[in-house]
Design a protein around this ligand. Structure first.
Ligand code: PRP
Length: 183
């Protein structure tokens, strides 16, 4: 049995992901100029695949930097605790920063990250997320660009994991119930 056999349904197929990412990239290209010296802050691990496709569609000059946070253990819902596992290695003072996230669920991670980065005095701070689950929001955080609003289902693939697996699936999908129960 392969990974794909664990999938109950495909929510967003690869071509729909790429088409929407092109639109997001066009908006980013139109928002910033080369003189802005944009910094993308990719929030690992989930956003790595989105970042990789997004950055290749950007024509505006930019740098890519990484942070890693963790809110979930192996469970499928947020514990509410956000930890910085890896911090930026450079200052963002006076720089235009765009946070690149894979998903906003309760909003706790993004709320923590935006509050934290704002104390570092960037020139501007915006947020681009591939996925958002508005029905799950516990903390209101402004989000500038959203790829897809999705229903309250636990999704994997295209960077998103269940117990650290399934990140490599080329689509966003939902796992079979028995797969989640077995773990
Ligand atoms: C996921 C996702 C977001 C966060 C969203 O990260 O990448 O950062 O949860 O949930 P929230 O809005 O309820 O805070 P996770 O902690 O699972 O780490 P990962 O990206 O390394 O898998």
């Amino acid at each position: 049995m392969g990974l794909q056999d664990d999938v109950a349904k495909v929510l967003i197929p690869p071509d729909a992901l790429q088409a929407r990412i092109s639109e997001l990239a066009a908006e980013i290209n139109a928002t910033y100029t080369d003189a802005d010296r944009l910094i993308l802050v990719c929030v690992l691990k989930g956003a790595f695949m989105f970042l990789a496709d997004l950055t290749r569609q950007l024509t505006v000059r930019h740098e890519v930097h990484f942070m890693e946070t963790s809110s979930y253990g192996a469970a499928t819902s947020s514990s509410g605790v956000v930890r910085i596992l890896l911090d930026l290695e450079r200052s963002i003072e006076g720089r235009h920063v765009l946070i690149v996230e894979d998903i906003i669920d309760s909003g706790r991670t993004l709320s923590y990250i935006t509050r934290n980065l704002r104390t570092r005095n960037p020139a501007s701070l915006r947020v681009c997320t591939l996925l958002s689950k508005p029905s799950r929001r516990e903390m209101q955080v402004p989000v500038d660009l959203v790829g897809f609003e999705i229903p309250d289902e636990f999704v994997v693939g295209y960077g998103l994991d269940y117990a650290e697996e399934y990140r490599n699936l080329p689509f966003v999908g939902v796992l079979k119930e028995e797969v989640v129960q077995e773990r």
